[in-house]
Each structure stands twice: as C-alpha cells, then as structure tokens.
Design a protein around this ligand. Structure first.
Ligand code: ARG
Ligand code: ZN
Length: 861
C-alpha cells in the first residue's frame, strides 16, 4: 500500500535529454470499475509486449493505490510496490498482466485521477493522473486500445460514460447497472476518461464532410440544461470549421462533453469524452458576460480541435507539450477570429500574452517553449507553452502564408497520424510541406526570453529612408548566452502629410542588426511596425507622441492603430510616474478623435480608449512603484473623463441597451457602454452613480449588470453597497456568478481592497476546495497590483497563507498561485524582502508538495 509516507523525499528532476523509448508497450487494456464514492475497485487487464531486446522488468507507475492483487498470465506474480512504482517480473516477450486496486474518489481533493464533484464521479488524467487510478506506464508514448466496463448504483449514477463508442449496458442485482465502452483508436492513458452521475444531456448531431452522422451530447446537472445551447452551437461550428480550414473530420460516432464544478483548469480533451470546468460550458444572458460567452466558444473549440492536434497525433514526452497546446491554441484563436472580430480578437490575445507570458519570460520561472527539465510537469502548463507556443505557430503561418502553411499541416497530420510526435517533427513537416528552411527558426523552441527590438527610421529629403533594426534576447535562468532569433516584422510607412500608406512589407530580421532601405517616398514617413503583432517581442521604436497620435488616427492595420494609442498612453503614464510634467493633452486629443471616427466599430473603440493596466505600466519600469502608477493612471482617467464628458455621455446613450442579443455589434455596444460609464464615474459626473445603478437594475444581461457593478465597486458612491448586496442575493445559489462577486471585490481599485479581501476569505461562501472560487478571490487579488503590493506586506502574507492552506488539499491549484511572489526582483528593496520572506516561509513548510516546492524554490532563485 502506498501513502504520503513512502512518497519520494528528494525532488527528482526529469530532463528532456534523458528520454528513452518505453521498455514495455501495452497494445490493449481492459478496465473494470466497481464504482463508489467512498471506495472504487479497479481491475485492469493489460496486454504487455516487450519493446526491443532487453531483460528489464515491467515497471508501472502507481500513486496512492491500495494494491489487492497482481497476476501474470493468470498466475500470482512476483512484484514490488515502492516509490510510486509497481515492478513486476515478466519472463516472456508478451503477457497478460492483471492488477486489482482500491481507490477512494471522495477523499481525492487533488482532483487528479478519479474524484467526486457535486455527486458526480469523474476523472482527470493529464498529465500524470492515470497512475492514481490503476498501475500503468503513465507516459504519453505508450498507446493502447481501451475497453472500459463500469458498474454502479443506478439511482446515484444513472449515466455511465467513457471514451469511444458504447457497446453494451444492462441492469444488475441490488439496484446496480453496468455499461461498457470501447475506443477503437489507440491512445495514451492521459486521454482516458470516465464519468458516472445523475446527468442530463443536450443532444444534437453533426453530419461530417464525408456524410457520417455524429451524435453529440453535452451533459450537465438538470438545472443547468438551459445553459448549454451556446456551447452546442460552438461545438458544431468548430467541427465544421476544422473540416473547412484544416481538412480534419471527426472520427467517432459519438462526441460527449461533461461539465463539472470542481476542476483544476479549463477543460480536457479526452478522446470522445471531453470533461470541462462548468465555467467553460454554461452560459446564458442572465449569468454569463460576453467575455464568458466568448471563452466558452473558444475552449469548446480548443478541446474539440485537440482531437487531431493532440489525440490522433499526441506528444512523445511532456517536454513536447507545446506540440499539441501551442498549435491548438493557435487553431482556437483562428477559429474565434473567424467567428467574430479579427482585430478585437488579436488585441485580446496580445493582451493575454503580455499580461501572463511576458512577465513569466522575464522572471525566475522563465523556460523555453520546449522546456529542458522539470520537477512537476503540472507546473509547465504555462503561458509560455500555450500562448507563446501559439505565437510560434502564428509566425510560421505569417512566414509561409496560408496555402503553404496548410500544405505543412496536411503533411504533419498524414505523416504522424497515430503517433506520439515531437516539436521537431512538426517543424520538419512545415519545412517539407511548406518548402522552406526553418533551421534558425528552431531557436524559438529552445531559447527562453522575450526578444527586445530597437527600431529607428531615418529619412532624408530625397525620398530615401533607412530602417535600422537590432535585437537582443535577454538572459534567462540557465541560459546566459543567446543567439539572435529570426523575427518576422510586418512593417509599413505612412505619409505624415497625407496619412496614406507609402510602403508595406514583411521584414525578416535574421541577425543581430539589419538596415532596410526605402526609396521614392514623397513625404516624411512614419513607421508602423510589428503590425498584427507579427512577432512576440518588445519593440522600442522611439516614436514621439505626435507620431503615435498620428498612427492612432491613420494606421490601416487595426491592431497597429490600437497599439499606437496604447503606446501613447503608456509613454504619458511613464513620464508621469517618473515625476515628469503630466501632459494629458495628446492622449485626450487622440481619444477624442477615435471616439468621433465614424469608420470605427464600437468594439474596437472600446479597446482603443481603454488605459493600459497598472501591471502593464509596471512591466515597463525598472522598479515598480504601485502607488505612483495608480496615481498617474487615475489622474489620466479623471482627465479623460472630464475633458470628454460630453462624448462619454453620447457614447453611453448611443449604445443604450436593447433586448439582449449575442452578435458582434451588440457585444461591441455593451463593451463601449461600460467603458464610457467607467469614465463618467472617473470624471465625478454628478449623475454617474445613478446611471450605473439604473444600468445595474435594468440590465437584461450579465455584461451590463457586471459592468455597472464593477464601476460602482470601484467608486465611493452610496449605491455601492446596495449593488453588492443586491448582486449577492440574486446569485448566491449560482456558484459561477458568485465567483464574479468575489472577483469584482478582489480587483477593486479602492484603498480598502486588501481588508475587503481578507474579510472575504472568512465569508461562508469562500472555500479552499473549489479551484474556481480560489482563483476568483485569491488569484484575482494577486493581480490587483496596488492592493497585493501593499507596502505593509500583508498582501504577501495573505497569499502565502492561502498557498500553504490549499497545498494540503490540492497542490496544483496551490502552485499556480506562487508566481506573483516570484516577481520580487521588480520591486523596491522593502517589498522584495517581504516577498522573499514569504517564499522562504513556504519552502520551509513541512509536508510541502513538489508542485509548490518547485515554483517557490525557483522563484527565490
Ligand atoms: N490538455 C488540457 C487543455 O489543453 C489541459 C490539461 C492541463 N493539465 C494540467 N496538469 N495542468 O486544455
Ligand atoms: Zn489544450
């Protein structure tokens, strides 16, 4: 029997260079579950085959299992269970190995393996959860055909689901029943799934390009059934889109999705049986914001797309994680762009990259898109592997163009179907299919750190100009020497007088420095660079405020136009933070012009006029000063609010709510309306709080209601408490909406945010055991730069206390809260010392998980 006491003591470092093919293969596995929440018995029948000539024993991973019996070819077999490994002597080249174990789903608070959520039994196996269900070579390059038989109490668990197709079901004595599922596609065990529960389905069907009908089911608890229509529409749209865009057809007769309330991350692409965090399935106008609707569609698409980029072709080892995740994120980003506004989607994706990945890439946890080592693989489901990984695929798409890119993916899918592949395999398919040499591009997979580009444009009076580019890749942990990267930069020049485009090209910066010549320019050129954010880099182009304002009005690339406005705002804020004179005029003029431009849609305007976040400003300072940043940003917000009060009012009434509709135009109107309301409150307009309260009360959708609540919560208005209490009373029984109530307060810009958060942690609706609730309060708070970095250090202590408390239940969720403390190098000595002290306290805590140990010890580094 295994328990915490005989878990390995010293953390083991796993290295990419140590990869060896598996000693044993398992072409087939039959699983037999006798399900119960307190106790589940799992019988596994493995057909094993020796892989190559060797005499090593069969070693199976096994974690937290109570072992009852082991046989080989029907005979009791010699075996040893030690350090989470079950070693079995097998003398033949092939054999049938049977194990019987017991597990306790209800006691499983880690939410890895088989666990209970709201009375439903469900599984999560990626990355290494299958070993918590049954002994198995738990690595992605062992592919098996699965047969799964489940028996359970029929009243408690009327629905029994697993991967593949249902092949039989029936009743048993004592109110029990059984069901059997078979998955014809060999798969790694991390894609295994099982669900047992009292669920109902939204059922639909999809006819594939070749005419096969697929039965679709989205399974939820009965009261949630009315909230599944949007997810179903997104699923069908994804299936069609993948056929049209990548030529990928679905391959089973059944596709099921199950929503559960307790889930460590977003969702999981198990073959034919995706399991989702309910927040990425359930949506209706009353309870979900437009952002929630978009996230549901994006995650449904992401998990569906994994069926090809992840399942049909999986990863050889976990260092290759970005092979499936980076590619699949790119695919879901393309899908969402095609379904809505391309420009706004790009703005949102870049915002996420800058908020989550750039700080990671510049801090103690920086790692390449294809990491070299890990202690706990769960810590590497990062913004670098996912979002920077997606940017790598996007750069290849930009360099190759859509047709040659598609030729590359066609080759990749056909060449590696049914295999466990590597990032190198993907790049090679792109090279051969796309007809291009990507030798140097491979550096993007191996070198960590965000490249910094300097760009200077010099022009003369004879119509000639030179663009001088240089790059520098900063040192990151374990990588001090860097080579220059190949960087695709979309560049354009605009005429300063006419505002028209003079030139446009894709520049490949291959070396450390390059000079690009332009000629025949009839007016002074203004530089537009990294248009569409063609490369995940930081560009310092040294353009003055006037040129930025000019681009914010004239650039014909929507992203670049947004970017120019952001840079204008950022430069203005940075000047104010460093004590310079606060000249708000250029920003006010540019925002005025944007608001008045009839050619722009509401959604784009709303993004463009939004001030950069406090943490984004902080990322551009040598030493982050949270209070000075807040003050500078607040002053600019107030100035914009008052100077343009008439226009905010006009924008507010022009976007007045009609009946709820989920269309790009209606979404854009709602977005601009909330932004305008925020500025009106910032301006201290007399009636602003009343407007907000009316919006709060009259709203027929969550976007408007939450927008009004956020504006009020950040204000000192008397209506604030009425709105908070009203929101709580209305939604206290809906956990996903109650999460919003916690988050809005955790992100409050008021001086009392820290005390409020400490009090909310004692609220009866707060719980450590639900990851969504944890992130809603604690995760959001750590993103509230000013409150979290309160000079007293109380914010740091609060976070560390939470990490240690959650770690005892759920190490993965705890480890995800550590990175904010690791940013200590970016702060003044006083704050840095307080942050380090909390990290040291965490590392010294007895019984710490390896998840938190890895993140906290590396953060001290
Ligand atoms: N493969 C899943 C997805 O892309 C996420 C699994 C996360 N696993 C983990 N251990 N963090 O959506
Ligand atoms: Zn994924």
């Amino acid at each position: 029997m295994l328990d915490a006491q005989n878990a390995p003591a010293a953390p083991v470092i796993v290295r990419r260079e140590d990869y060896r093919p598996p000693d044993w293969l398992v072409p087939e596995i039959a699983l037999d579950f006798d399900l119960g929440a307190e106790r589940t018995r799992v019988r596994a029948r493995l057909k094993v085959a020796r892989n190559g000539a060797h005499d090593r024993p069969l070693v199976l991973d096994a974690e937290g299992l109570t072992l009852v019996e082991v046989t080989v070819d029907g005979e009791a077999a010699e075996h040893r269970l030690e350090d989470e490994r079950l070693t079995i002597t097998v003398s033949t080249a092939a054999a049938v190995v049977e194990t019987l174990v017991e597990i306790g789903p209800r006691a499983n608070t880690q939410l890895m393996g088989l666990y209970e959520s709201g009375g439903i039994l469900c599984t999560q196996c990626e990355a290494e959860g299958f070993r918590r269900i049954t002994p198995f070579p738990d690595r992605p390059d062992v592919l098996s055909r699965f047969t799964v038989c489940m028996a359970a109490d029929k009243a408690v668990y009327p629905v029994l689901l697993s991967n593949g197709d249902p092949v039989g079901a029936g009743d048993l004595d004592g109110g029990r029943h059984w069901a059997e599922w078979r998955d014809p596609f060999p798969k790694p065990c991390y894609l295994f799934a099982l669900v047992a529960g009292d669920l109902v389905a939204n059922r639909d069907s999809f006819v594939t390009a070749s005419g096969r009908t697929v039965d679709l089911g989205i399974w939820v608890r009965e009261p949630d059934l009315s909230k599944t229509a949007h997810a179903m529409a997104a699923l069908k749209a994804s299936m069609k889109w993948d056929e049209e865009t990548y030529g990928r057809e679905y391959d089973l007769a059944v596709f099921n999705i199950v929503a559960v309330s307790d889930f460590n991350f977003g969702a999981m692409e198990n073959k034919g049986l995706n399991i989702f965090n309910s927040r990425y399935i359930l949506a209706d106008a009353e309870t979900a914001t437009d952002a929630d609707f978009d996230a549901v569609a994006g995650v449904v698409a992401h998990e569906y797309f994994h069926n090809w980029s992840g399942n049909r072709i999986t990863c050889r080892d976990w260092f290759q994680l970005s092979l499936k995740e980076g590619f699949t994120v790119f695919r879901d980003q393309q899908f969402s762009a095609d379904m809505g506004s391309r420009a706004v989607k790009r703005i949102e994706d870049v915002r996420v990259l800058r908020a989550a990945q750039f700080p990671e890439d510049g801090g103690p946890l920086a790692h390449p898109v294809r990491p070299e080592s890990y202690i706990e693989i769960s810590n590497f489901y990062t913004a670098t592997v996912y979002n920077k990984g997606a940017e790598l695929i996007r750069m290849m798409h930009t360099i190759l163009g859509p047709e040659r890119f598609r030729a590359g993916t066609d080759l990749y899918f056909s060449r590696h179907d049914g295999e466990a592949a590597t990032c190198e395999d993907f790049v090679r398919a792109m090279e051969e299919g796309g007809g291009i040499d990507l030798s140097r591009f491979r550096l993007w997979y191996s070198q960590a750190g965000t490249p910094r580009i300097r760009a200077a444009l010099a022009s003369d009076d004879n119509g000639a100009a030179t663009l001088t580019l240089s790059q520098q890749v900063p040192a990151t942990p374990g990588q001090t020497e860097k080579q220059p990267m190949p960087i695709p930069l979309k560049v354009a020049l605009f005429g300063a007088d006419s505002g028209t485009k003079l030139e446009e090209r894709l520049v490949m910066l291959e070396e450390e420095r390059a000079e690009i010549a332009f000629s025949g320019l009839l007016e002074r050129p203004v530089l537009s660079i990294n248009r569409d954010f063609s490369a995940p880099v930081v560009v310092e182009a040294g353009r003055d405020l006037a040129d930025l304002a000019f681009l914010s009005a004239h650039d014909d690339n929507a992203f670049a136009r947004y970017e120019a406005m952001q840079q204008l705002m950022l430069d203005t804020l940075l000047r104010a933070v460093s004590g310079g004179p606060a000249d708000h005029e250029p920003v006010i003029a540019a925002v005025r012009e944007t608001l008045a431009n009839p050619a722009l849609d509401h959604a784009f305007i709303a993004e463009a006029v939004l001030l950069p976040s406090e943490s984004f400003v902080g990322d551009h300072l040598a030493v982050v000063d949270p209070d000075a940043i807040r003050a500078a940003r607040e002053a600019l917000r107030v100035a914009l609010g008052s100077a343009l009060e008439g226009q905010w009012r006009a924008a507010y009434s022009a976007t007045a709510a009609n009946r709820f509709e989920y269309s790009p135009a209606a979404k854009g109107a709602r977005r601009l309306r909330s932004v305008a309301l925020g500025y009106l409150l910032g301006a201290g307009a007399e009636d602003a709080a009343k407007l907000a309260m009316r919006q709060f009360e009259d709203a027929d959708n969550m976007t408007d209601r939450q927008g009004a609540l956020t504006a009020l919560v950040n204000s000192g208005a008397a209506e604030r408490n009425t709105a908070l209490a009203g929101f709580y009373d209305r939604y206290r029984r809906d956990p996903l909406v109650l999460d919003k109530w916690f988050t809005v307060q955790a992100l409050s810009t008021r001086d009392d945010a820290l005390e409020a958060v400490e009090a909310l942690a004692r609220h009866p609706d707060f719980t450590l055991s639900n990851p969504n609730r944890m992130r809603a309060l604690v995760g959001a708070f750590a993103a509230n730069q000013r409150a979290f970095h309160d000079v007293s250090g109380r914010g740091y202590r609060f976070l560390a206390d939470m990490i240690l408390a959650v770690d005892r239940l759920n190490p993965q969720t705890a480890a995800r809260l550590v990175p904010p403390l690791g940013r200590w190098r970016r702060f003044d000595e006083g704050r840095a010392a307080l942050m380090r002290a909390e990290l040291e306290r965490i590392v010294a805590a007895p019984g710490l998980s390896k998840d938190v140990f890895e993140q906290a010890s590396k953060s001290l580094g």
